[in-house]
Structures are given as structure tokens and as C-alpha cells.
Write a protein that binds this ligand. Structure first.
Ligand code: AP5
Length: 190
């Protein structure tokens, strides 16, 4: 069986930066952004114009997109698939799981990777990225989200039996983290 690596982390922690580095080092791997697959489906239905509006929709509608994205990704047959996604989404109805049972059952992850950084680093990165509309949080709120992420991660690991790895994407460390993950996959695939 191939490797299916699910990479998660709070918005702005640098997941996409890390996974882009990972797939450019680990040749032959396919990168898929779960949110982009959902967004393509949401746009086709004329539900939203901006990806940051998806989490404001009623959760029932988001669930339809989530199920559709999981199904589409589950059909990918590449030897190594890296999925960039979320453990939870801050919706108007509360925190909602990004990897509920039916989603992890479809994705069948072989590895779960949580990208972390300090609350201050994440808030600074969010603030300097003007291309996105991200929720405004205090350091305390961000600390709570980081704790929540670890709780959701242990549930996903328990449900799937996939090992979970926590990596620290501190300032200037994204290449180092990508290399470490690439080495881990090389040894897992051999
Ligand atoms: P998505 O597109 O994944 O949104 P996001 O979490 O905001 O992800 P980003 O890719 O924008 O942030 P990032 O953490 O990857 O940080 P980045 O690398 O850009 O998801 C969009 C939406 O899809 C979600 O809101 C949700 O609605 C939906 N969705 C997704 N998955 C779902 C699921 N499973 N179920 C339901 N809904 C789902 O980096 C940020 C900045 O930091 C950049 O400027 C970068 O240059 C900088 N940076 C990164 N690393 C470092 C470093 N080490 N040092 C210094 N700067 C750094």
C-alpha cells in the first residue's frame, strides 16, 4: 500500500509552506489541499466566492463539501499522497472536526503530522499574510487552539491506528522540517 500523509495545523502555522517543501524534496509524491478541493466544489455550486467564507456557512453545508472532498481524495491512486488539511474548523456553530470518522475512514492515513509553532509566531504570520482573511485571536486564544489541536490529533490517531508526529515549524525552520519529514517518509516507504 502507498503512503497517505495527512498534515494538519492551525491556520497560518505554515502547513502549506512545509508540505510544499516536502513534496519538492520527496519526488513522486502528490500534494492535495483539502480546502482547495472543497472550495472548487463550493464555487461550482455558487455557494461562496472566497475560501475563507466556507467556514462561515452552515455546518450542514460544509459537511457536504467535506464528504465530497474526502471521496475525491480517496480515489487518488498515487504512491504517496500528502493531504494538507485541518483537525478542526472554527465555525459560527463552534469548533467542528476536520477529520471526523467518515473522513479519516475515506482518507486512510498512514501518517498524521501536526505542524506547530509558538502562539506569537503564528499570530505574527497571520498578521503579515494579507492575502487571506483569518480569524483574529489573542495569544491566549491561540494557545487554546494549539492545545485543542493535540486533543483532536490523538483522536484521529486512535481511530486510524496511524502514528502521529508533532513538528515545530519555528521561524526560519520550514526547510528543516520539510527535510525531516521527507527522511521519515523515505524510511517508512523502504
Ligand atoms: P486552507 O487553505 O488549508 O487554509 P489555512 O489553514 O488558512 O491554510 P493556509 O494554507 O493559508 O495556512 P498555513 O498554515 O498552511 O500557512 P502558510 O504555509 O500559508 O483551508 C481553507 C479552508 O478549507 C478552511 O478554512 C476550511 O474552511 C476548509 N477546510 C480545509 N480542510 C478541511 C476539512 N478537513 N474539513 C472541513 N473544512 C476544511 O504560512 C503562513 C505564513 O507564514 C506565510 O506567509 C509563510 O511564508 C509564513 N511561514 C510559514 N512557515 C514559516 C517559518 N518557518 N518561518 C517564517 N515564516 C513562515
Amino acid at each position: 500500500m502507498g503512503l497517505r500523509v495527512v498534515v494538519v495545523g492551525v491556520p497560518g502555522v505554515g502547513k502549506s509552506t512545509v508540505v510544499n517543501g516536502l513534496v519538492s524534496e520527496y519526488h513522486g509524491s502528490r500534494l492535495v489541499n483539502f480546502g482547495s478541493v472543497m472550495f472548487d466544489q463550493a464555487r461550482a455550486r455558487k455557494w461562496v466566492k472566497d475560501r475563507d467564507d466556507m467556514r462561515k456557512m452552515p455546518v450542514e453545508k460544509q459537511k457536504r463539501l467535506q464528504r465530497g472532498a474526502a471521496l475525491e481524495i480517496s480515489r487518488m491512486k498515487d504512491k504517496v499522497v500528502v493531504v494538507d488539511t485541518h483537525l478542526f474548523i472554527r465555525t459560527n456553530e463552534g469548533f467542528w472536526p476536520g477529520l471526523p470518522f467518515e473522513v479519516v475512514r475515506a482518507l486512510k492515513p498512514t501518517h498524521l503530522v501536526l505542524v506547530e509553532a509558538s502562539p506569537e509566531e503564528i499570530l505574527r504570520r497571520r498578521g503579515s499574510d494579507k492575502t487571506r482573511y483569518r480569524d483574529k485571536l489573542t495569544t491566549k486564544g491561540m494557545t487554546e487552539e494549539l492545545e485543542l489541536a493535540r486533543s483532536f490529533l490523538t483522536v484521529s490517531s486512535t481511530l486510524t491506528g496511524a502514528p502521529m508526529l508533532v513538528v515545530n515549524n519555528g521561524d526560519g525552520k520550514s526547510d528543516e522540517v520539510a527535510s525531516a519529514l521527507s527522511n521519515m517518509l523515505r524510511s517508512a516507504g523502504s
